[in-house]
Write a protein that binds this ligand. Structure first.
Ligand code: NDP
Ligand code: 2IT
Length: 483
């Protein structure tokens, strides 16, 4: 028998694979140049998506050591593939207002990456929502979900619907119309949405009801469900509690605790409320919070009673934060001033800061003010609340900086635990879920430190989070081939 007949198909395949990698290897480009090229490509392809460009730039600029260590990531164009969503659906959401008028909104779902699990991520209902914002959020979600150690891919969606000033019936009609299209693109093993800005228990309930009616199937297709119909205990608290668990871990590396710390918090929604609650549990004192109309500074400290008032104000009455000073006249309300080049909330003296409202709420000037105010720790509750220049100013001045994709991963982690409980058809106790959440946040913190250390950027949580999340997804993509 001749030699040709002894070569197995597997050997031939190996040979082809080697030729494939060799062809790439001859075209040697330096990593920095390659990163610049990638950012240019992203900007040229979708020029209007500035938040998405910002998120990609932040990740790409910290991946250099990982890309240089394993040339296959560049050869297989892993990052080029990661910036391209696997699928985007965009759809009309028509609904009727209480006066009988027809309203039309635009709905989206960005299914970014499913290398390590079904697409997972929240839905945002806010008038500012557009494709660029949802692509930035979906891109961040891919890395965040990888850090949780749970089998979750990344996605994000939402609509440019403004829930403010809408009646309950209008919100219900909108949610039902939104799900009338979204239902065909999601499923418990395909894509599992949850809440985000403007989407809480009420909206998840209406969307779940419509999904169940359409598919005639009671299944865990959304997370953040009510506790009596498939929701997990601690899911409402999870993102805010997780942020504070993460900050406690950061402080512990310096032998410190949150006990006695004075804390700046922004936002007054789900994440901000439960971040403040956990700060109080751990002996710290929140002194600020905000919404889109302005912020409150309460020098005496926000107590558990005052927090109850905030929850009732924002969750039941959907009111504005200025009402707080009517009840607690010792506090000060400062309205948003669009002519300001900075947010005065971040100029108060404090030990820690927790931005928990929205993207880009800490710019370079705010970062300088935080440094000036002797803030030692900034831990992000919102997604990308700090502009890249602000991040560098904080890090260069020795502020311990916990980035969103690690620090706020508690929300999606408990969503993952909700999916597990749904699959097992059982519910865990509050203590069980809370202790798993704590363990996950501890693990994410350690994972960031380990990845940073192993890649020559010890102590840099931003680089550590990006590298650890990237490697997990990238290796899965390599294993699965060019799909
Ligand atoms: P909520 O809708 O419950 O609260 C959002 C808060 O931020 C409100 O106080 C809102 O003010 C304020 N806000 C929203 N948009 C703006 C804006 N453009 N300018 C100023 N203030 C604004 O949302 P969440 O608390 O759920 O989300 C807050 C952040 O946390 C977001 O970045 C979200 O992506 C992120 N996140 C959420 C998780 C979750 O599980 N919910 C998990 C991880 C991260 P107003 O009341 O005036 O609208
Ligand atoms: O940004 C986020 O991580 C979320 N909004 C939570 C997503 C989820 O699927 O629970």
């Amino acid at each position: 028998m001749g030699l040709a007949y002894t070569i197995s198909p597997a050997t031939v395949l190996d040979g082809v694979r080697m030729m494939f990698w060799a062809a790439y290897a001859v075209k040697e480009i330096n990593t920095e140049e390659w990163i610049v090229d990638l950012l240019e490509l992203v900007q040229t392809k979708d020029p209007g998506e500035k938040e998405f460009h910002q998120a990609v730039a932040e990740v790409a600029s910290s991946l250099k050591p990982a890309l240089e260590r394993n040339p296959k990531y560049r050869q297989a164009k892993i990052l080029e593939r990661m910036v391209e969503p696997e699928r985007v659906v965009m759809f009309r959401v028509p609904w009727m207002d209480d006066a009988g008028g027809v309203q039309v909104n635009r709905g989206f779902r960005v299914q970014m990456n499913s290398a390590i699990g079904p697409y997972k991520g929240g839905l945002r209902f806010h008038p500012s929502v557009n494709l660029g914002i949802l692509k930035f959020l979906a891109f961040e979600q891919v890395f965040k979900n990888a850090l949780t150690t749970l089998p979750l891919g990344g996605g994000k969606g939402g609509a440019d619907f403004n829930p403010k000033g809408k009646s309950d019936a209008e919100v219900q009609r909108f949610c039902h119309s939104f799900m009338l299209e979204l239902f065909r693109h999601i499923g418990p093993d395909t894509d599992v949405p949850a809440g985000d800005i403007g989407v809480g228990a009420r909206e998840v309930g209406y969307m779940f009801g419509m999904y169940k009616k359409l598919v005639n199937n009671f299944t865990g297709v959304l997370t953040g469900k009510g506790a009596t119909w498939g929701g997990s205990l601690i899911r409402p608290e999870a993102a805010g509690y997780g942020v504070i668990y993460f900050a406690a871990e950061i402080l512990q590396t310096k032998g410190k605790t949150l006990d006695g710390c004075r804390c700046l918090v922004s936002g007054a929604g789900n994440v901000a409320q439960f971040a403040m609650e956990k700060l109080l549990h751990l002996g710290a004192t929140p002194i600020t919070f905000s919404d889109s109309s302005g912020y409150i500074f309460d020098e005496a400290g926000i107590t558990a009673d005052k927090l109850l008032f905030i929850k009732e104000l924002k969750n039941m009455r959907r009111g504005r934060v200025s009402e707080y000073v009517e009840r607690y006249p010792e506090a000060v309300f400062t309205p948003v001033d669009p002519t300001h080049d900075h947010n005065p909330l971040w100029a108060h003296k404090a030990d820690c800061a927790f931005p928990c409202a929205t993207q880009n709420e800490i710019n370079a000037q705010d970062a300088h003010n935080l440094v000036q105010g002797k803030v030692q720790v900034v831990t992000e509750g919102a997604n990308m609340p700090t502009e890249l220049e602000g991040v560098h100013i904080l890090q260069d001045n020795g502020v311990l900086f916990g980035p969103a994709k690690a620090a706020n991963a508690g929300g999606v982690s408990v969503s993952g635990l909700e999916m597990t409980q749904n699959s097992m058809r059982l519910s865990w106790t509050r203590d069980e879920v809370d202790s798993r959440l704590k363990q996950i946040m501890k693990g994410i913190h350690q994972g960031c430190l380990d990845a940073a250390e192993a890649h020559g950027v010890a102590g840099n949580y931003v680089a550590g989070a990006n590298i650890a999340g990237f490697i997990k997804v990238a290796n899965a993509m390599l294993d699965q081939g060019v799909v």
